[in-house]
Design a protein around this ligand. Structure first.
Ligand code: NAP
Length: 254
């Protein structure tokens, strides 16, 4: 049976970074189907245009702006163009991340460490500095962290540590941005996207992960999108500073 999607976000304006494919696209599509006007962005113009067309074909009010999250001018432009067009911002989902290397932490090059912190943590803070003056009362910020943030290890150890930082950032900004803005996070388990293909593309590794979940499957972009839409909606109006783990029951204690 097809799931009925509620329309909880009518009249809202939502920015999702890195939203032209994978989890980001799943989230922006869901926010749009729930009635929000959505601003799609990523590094490549062609990807932005393609995503906007896909969203529009579903009747979603979508607008595309190129934004490499570590480019200050791109972030500024993203916020300015959104405000020029819609006059406000209600929802921001910080979804962009990089995992440039699988080296152990103690052999990671400085340039890799810098990139991880810059894309996965710092750029979200800087974007929110630009966004904050335009946020409406009742607005919502959502970070996309990871199950790897709870157990940073192996090929994703340093990446995982940057995702652990987002758990703290969620708590800190919830205190700083309340009461008008709620700040929460979604921690996805393993979802077969381009980003995770080096893990989920290997059938042995994939089966190992499936076994580690209590639901015997990988996550879907739709699973993540449903969690983000809930947190963005009035249904979560008394939830702030929390991380919703969407990982099929994989262990998630620090
Ligand atoms: P994905 O399918 O590979 O999609 C990546 C998206 O990010 C693309 O739209 C890409 O478009 C854009 N992008 C890449 N670098 C960017 C940058 N510097 N600035 C702006 N946009 C950028 O990735 P995904 O798996 O959905 O990952 C999304 C988020 O989920 C990340 O935060 C990741 O850490 C998190 N996550 C994923 C998993 C998983 O298993 N997949 C698990 C836990 C957490 P362009 O190429 O056009 O820029």
């Amino acid at each position: 049976m097809e799931k009925k999607i509620p329309r909880r976000l009518e009249g809202k304006v939502a920015i999702v970074t890195a939203s032209t494919q994978g989890i980001g696209f799943g989230i922006i599509e869901r926010l749009g189907l729930e009635g929000a006007s959505v601003i799609v962005s990523s590094r490549k113009q062609a990807n932005v245009e393609e995503a906007v067309e896909k969203l529009k074909s579903q009747g979603i009010d979508a607008y595309g702006i190129v934004c490499h999250v570590s480019n200050a001018q791109h972030r500024k432009n993203l916020v300015e163009k959104t405000v020029q067009k819609y006059g406000k911002i209600d929802i921001v989902v910080c979804n962009a991340a990089a995992n440039p290397s699988t080296d152990p932490i103690l052999s990671s090059k400085e340039v890799v460490l810098d990139k991880l912190w810059e894309i996965n943590v710092k750029s979200s803070i800087l974007l929110l500095q630009d966004v904050a003056p335009h946020l409406e009362k009742g607005s919502s910020v959502i970070f996309i962290t990871s199950i790897a943030g709870f157990q940073p290890q192996g090929a994703m150890a340093m990446y995982g540590v940057t995702k652990t930082a987002l758990l703290g950032l969620t708590k800190a900004l919830a205190a700083e941005m309340g009461p008008d803005t709620r700040v929460n996070a979604v921690a996805p388990g393993f979802v077969p996207t381009h980003f995770a293909s080096f893990i989920t593309g290997n059938s042995e590794v994939r089966e190992g992960i499936e076994e580690k979940t209590l639901l015997n499957r990988l996550g879907t972009t739709g699973d993540m999108a449903a969690a983000a839409a809930f947190l963005a909606s009035e249904d979560a109006s008394y939830i702030t500073g929390e991380t919703l783990v969407v990982a099929g029951g994989m262990p998630s204690r620090l």
